[in-house]
Design a protein around this ligand. Structure first.
Ligand SMILES: [Zn+2]
Length: 309
């Protein structure tokens, strides 16, 4: 009798196991778990807006939990920045990431700090002696806002299952950069990192040029893969090296630049490279604000006006 009960129990347990999915082959489970993890950690949609803020960068990332701003465009573009942030319904900014202390990236910081509630600020950890940088540091201190340096290997949680994986600058580079008399090359000290949300990824480059791209490719290789690329340095020919593009393998490139800018951004050499790779190209000077929406699996790019360049 006891044996019989044991047998019935055994069959019942087996049935429960099969019904609950434990009977999957190891391969099934591996594949199933992979996708289950992705969908349970990503919540809702992620929206990235490359804001139309003239010659400079300001990119807004909205997850289901946080609002993040990468760069703030130039001081002269502050009205555009204010208008764009207001249009996007932004009141509170959880994180501001400043890629490097050039005016066309940190110039709008005054507006951001004065007119929006900012929780945390991240930068490349390299001090600058420029007035605009010193003003920004002074204001941060006065407002008591947390300030952190980002370095390669850091992962910043953007909430809702989105995270930002930092590739540059390295800690060693930062230490050198903090030495007195260090000759700074701000573009090539840019924070470079990848936004990851489920299977979607977008590479952020600040104004990194080939000089900074090269060691990143050497250090991270195909880890850099991302569907969307924020063109380095406003589409300058000094950035988007073949090696970097080969590692990132983007499908879409977004370029932030002002109409008729003095630098000739984006350079025709960059456009040629992107076109040879059949990238979908969008530019803020022609398309206005460019919105990328993703559910963590597929993504859509919606320009405010016009189509692909
Ligand atoms: Zn720039």
């Amino acid at each position: 009798m006891r044996k019989k009960i044991g047998l019935i129990l055994g069959v019942a347990l087996l049935l429960i196991a099969v019904l609950s999915g434990c009977g999957k082959t190891p391969e099934d489970s591996a594949a199933g778990n992979g996708s289950a993890v992705e969908s349970s950690t990503t919540a809702g949609n992620l929206v990235v807006k490359m804001l139309n803020v003239g010659q400079g960068d300001a990119i807004l990332i909205q997850t289901s939990e946080q609002t993040v701003l990468i760069d703030t465009s130039d001081i002269d573009e502050r009205d555009k920045l204010r208008r764009e942030l207001t249009k996007a319904g932004v009141k509170k900014i959880d994180k501001v990431i400043l890629t490097h202390p050039h005016a066309d990236h940190i110039g709008g910081m005054e507006v951001v700090l004065d007119e929006f509630e900012v929780k945390e600020v991240y930068d490349n950890g390299m001090p600058s002696t420029s007035k605009i940088y010193l003003n920004y540091m002074k204001k941060l201190k006065a407002k008591g806002i947390n300030h952190k340096a980002l370095k390669a290997g850091d992962v910043v949680d953007f909430g809702g299952g989105a995270s930002f994986h930092v590739y540059a600058p390295t800690e060693a580079h930062q230490q050198e950069g903090r030495q007195k008399g260090y000759k700074h090359d701000p573009n090539n000290e840019s924070v470079v990192g990848k936004l990851v949300f489920g299977e979607f990824a977008m590479m952020f480059t600040g104004d990194a040029e080939k000089k900074e791209e090269e060691p990143i490719v050497g250090g991270f290789g195909t880890d850099l893969k991302a569907q969307v690329l924020k063109a380095g340095h406003h589409g300058s020919k000094t950035s988007s090296s073949k090696e970097f593009l080969r590692a990132v393998q983007p499908e879409t490139a977004l370029i932030s630049c002002g109409a008729g800018n003095d630098y000739g951004h984006p350079h025709k050499e960059t456009m040629k490279k992107y076109k040879a790779l059949h990238l979908k190209i969008f530019e803020t000077d022609k398309n206005g604000t460019i919105t990328v929406s993703t559910d963590g699996k597929t993504y859509t790019v919606t320009p405010e006006q016009g189509g692909e360049q």
